[in-house]
Design a protein around this ligand. Structure first.
Ligand SMILES: Nc1ncnc2c1ncn2[C@@H]1O[C@H](COP(=O)(O)OP(=O)(O)OP(=O)(O)O)[C@@H](O)[C@H]1O
Length: 175
């Protein structure tokens, strides 16, 4: 029901009008907090090619279904050791916060990725692993990234068998 609500809402919106509208990088800063204002903000940002939005320390990602040039090493560097919320919302910001919290607190960290089928969980997991291996500076040298990414499909098949597909609504990455 929520998906059809969102779909109907998106259908009723004038996209040219949206791209001129102001948007908020964090939903917590919305002057009025309602379903309409949240969806309107997410859609406005999406039309401006901003697929990520914060809800406090939670990152909301909207699948663009196309390549965006926002995952290159320049972005890893830009988000390295930064304070969450200072820069535009980004998946690398979440990886960075988890990585440095792990180093600082010396405690394992967990990133939970949730969404319906096809929403981009696997892709987001890959971006997180890419960023984490780059931050640890082992990615390029030892092929750690390739090894972890290679294990992903095997783990997914195993987990899907055990949980019988219906429970496959979330993914997690531990650092
Ligand atoms: N950030 C992104 N940028 C570009 N394309 C994306 C992004 N996220 C997802 N996609 C596209 O959407 C497709 C589906 O995403 P993905 O496989 O990650 O979904 P999923 O949530 O893991 O689905 P399932 O639960 O069915 O396995 C990808 O193959 C990719 O083409």
């Amino acid at each position: 029901p929520f998906t059809s609500y969102v779909y109907n809402y998106f259908q009723s919106i004038n996209s040219t009008h949206l791209s001129c509208q102001d948007d908020f990088a964090d939903l917590c800063n919305l002057p009025v907090l309602s379903e309409d204002s949240i969806l309107n903000n997410l859609l406005t940002r999406f039309y401006k090619k901003k697929i990520y939005t914060y809800a406090g320390s939670i990152l909301i990602a909207i699948n663009p279904f196309k390549f965006l040039p926002i995952y290159n090493p320049k972005y890893v560097k830009m988000y390295e050791n930064h304070q969450l919320g200072k820069l535009e919302p980004h998946i690398f910001a979440i990886a960075d916060v988890a990585y440095y919290a792990m180093l600082r607190k010396r405690v394992n960290q967990c990133i939970v990725i949730s969404g319906e089928s096809g929403s981009g969980k696997t892709q987001s997991t890959n971006f997180l692993i890419h960023c984490l291996t780059a931050l640890s500076q082992k990615g390029y040298a030892s092929g750690v990234e390739r090894t972890i990414l290679g294990a992903g499909p095997v783990l997914e098949v195993g987990r899907t068998n055990v949980l019988q597909q219906k429970c496959k609504g979330g993914q997690s990455v531990g650092t």
